[in-house]
Design a protein around this ligand. Sequence first.
Ligand SMILES: Cc1ncc(C[n+]2csc(CCOP(=O)(O)OP(=O)(O)O)c2C)c(N)n1
Ligand code: SF4
Ligand SMILES: [Mg+2]
Length: 300
Amino acid sequence: MAADESFEFNDWCVGCGNFGILRSLELAIKENGMSYENSVLVSGIGCSGKVPHFVSEKISGVHTLHGRAIAFATGIKIANPLLNVVIDAGDGDTFGIGVGHFVSAGRRNLSMTLIVHDNGVYGLTKGQASPTLKRGEKTKSLPKPNINDPLNPIVLAISSGYTFVARAFAYDVQTTKEIIKKAIKHKGTSFIDLLQPCPTYNDINTNDRYKSRVYPLEIDYEVKDESETVAKMTAAIAKAYEQEKIPIGIFYENNLVQPYEERIKEDIPDYLENPPSVQEVALDGVAISDVSRLLLEKAV
Ligand SMILES: Cc1ncc(C[n+]2csc(CCOP(=O)(O)OP(=O)(O)O)c2C)c(N)n1
Ligand code: SF4
Ligand SMILES: [Mg+2]
């Protein structure tokens, strides 16, 4: 969206948890001082993918492809490492078609934030089971109970290398806002598993069910010395597997892992001052872009 466009008519269903996520994000954008000039929202495909259209704060946004939001965001952040990059993606988008990108992003640790709208279903396409729906659960539009085991987003994020891993609940706007603000300020890739009721297709994980089960997570989550890493990961993973009650908060944070942009800077010392986004790409019709330097240095 351009800076002078007003936000579009919102067509999410009444009672959708996406409203709570959108509100939390809008507040975080405002309180973090994010603007059209210094920030961009990147979304995938699905009900969740409409966030850049519906957000009321003036901020740049791009609605991309199913399962490819992380890939687009990675390109944007590498081209302009000074931007705040926030990704909004569905659970189907991130852990189904896009799961390879999810794992690869953890290994890089580029400074950007991934918010996953975790509703247990493919909402936009009428409620098929997403990779976070539990085995044996039969939501409204499934003909039979789900026969796949779910993946645990927190566990997958920690084992993939994410350096800020949290869970939030869509209707707890204050807590969610605070978690989003911290995630955006984090140096490295931050991930929030955002529990989102979908009243239209998920009649199991309802707002009431979540409200009776969520509680604030109190855990010493930050790795302050490398020797603590495995113990902190293990404690976070144990909490992530709790079933009856659902802890909400930050599970794991590690600021000792070098962010990807600093890894690039080791090879290209002026990368942050002279990133590809500020370079002339052509002179008199001849390409003069220096992107090739970045690609050659970082080819893997
Ligand atoms: C390559 C591709 N495959 C399939 C689709 C169809 N499609 C659109 S949205 C969607 C599922 C979205 O589910 P999720 O990511 O969980 O988002 P939600 O709607 O629940 O927010 C699918 C499969 C598509 N747009 N592109
Ligand atoms: S289908 Fe579900 S996720 Fe999509 S807008 Fe409706 S309630 Fe929200
Ligand atoms: Mg979904």
